[in-house]
Design a protein around this ligand. Structure first.
Ligand code: 5GP
Length: 195
């Protein structure tokens, strides 16, 4: 997606050879028109997949997931990283190791919101080693729901997650795939699906 790549080049900050900061439009401040474009693009790519629900993870997956849900006309559920008095029973739970925080946390989704009749699109902001996506697919397995595919805003193609998930037969659509962050430069792979 050209506008997304342009935004990444213009505003992204390379923190290291493996970490990109995009706090000005995705991870802290959010750019609504860009999120709308991203949501519309996911909706086009998964238009024929029979999606009944979108599953994301707090917090940065919510904005793109919300816009995709608006276009597809389906609810958006996001996995919570912390339990609370309002969310403690009747949960699907999985363990996720965070790439950026280097810690392992449980993520939870209420059993009320996903069941075996659902066809689910997973949406997240970044794909690195694939642990967040694996945790979400684990929750869908527990629910007996069908996974239609995974929509990612920014995939770091030089890390292992994309290959691992695609090799397990899951459809992954990433709107920008970074091939390298070496020496402070952001480089992209050519897109397979042209928008
Ligand atoms: P994974 O689970 O695929 O290893 O990592 C994906 C998760 O880690 C995403 O939900 C995202 O929040 C975070 N993440 C991974 N790499 C980056 C990065 O380079 N920049 C930012 N801002 N977040 C990242």
């Amino acid at each position: 997606m050209k506008s997304l790549k342009n935004k990444i080049v213009k505003e992204g900050k390379v923190l290291s050879n493996t970490v990109l900061k995009v706090d000005s439009f995705l991870n802290h401040q959010i750019d609504p028109p860009l999120m709308k474009e991203i949501g519309d693009e996911f909706a086009v790519r998964f238009a024929d997949a029979g999606i009944t629900k979108i599953l994301s993870i707090e917090s940065s997956g919510i904005a793109p997931a919300m816009m995709a849900g608006l276009n597809l006309g389906v609810p958006v559920v996001f996995a919570r990283k912390r339990k609370s008095v309002t969310l403690k029973d009747n949960l699907f739970t999985s363990s996720v190791h965070s790439f950026t925080k280097n810690e392992t946390n449980d993520i939870s989704v209420s059993k009320e919101f996903i069941d075996e009749d659902d066809v689910v699109l997973i949406i997240d902001d970044f794909l690195a080693n694939g642990q967040a996506v694996l945790g979400l697919t684990d929750i869908l397995d527990q629910a007996g729901a069908k996974l239609a595919g995974v929509g990612i805003v920014i995939e770091k193609g030089f890390q292992s997650g994309g290959k691992m998930i695609r090799n397990s037969g899951i459809r992954v659509e990433s709107l920008a795939i970074i091939s390298s962050l070496q020496n402070g430069n952001i480089e992209f792979f050519e897109e397979v699906t042209v928008s």
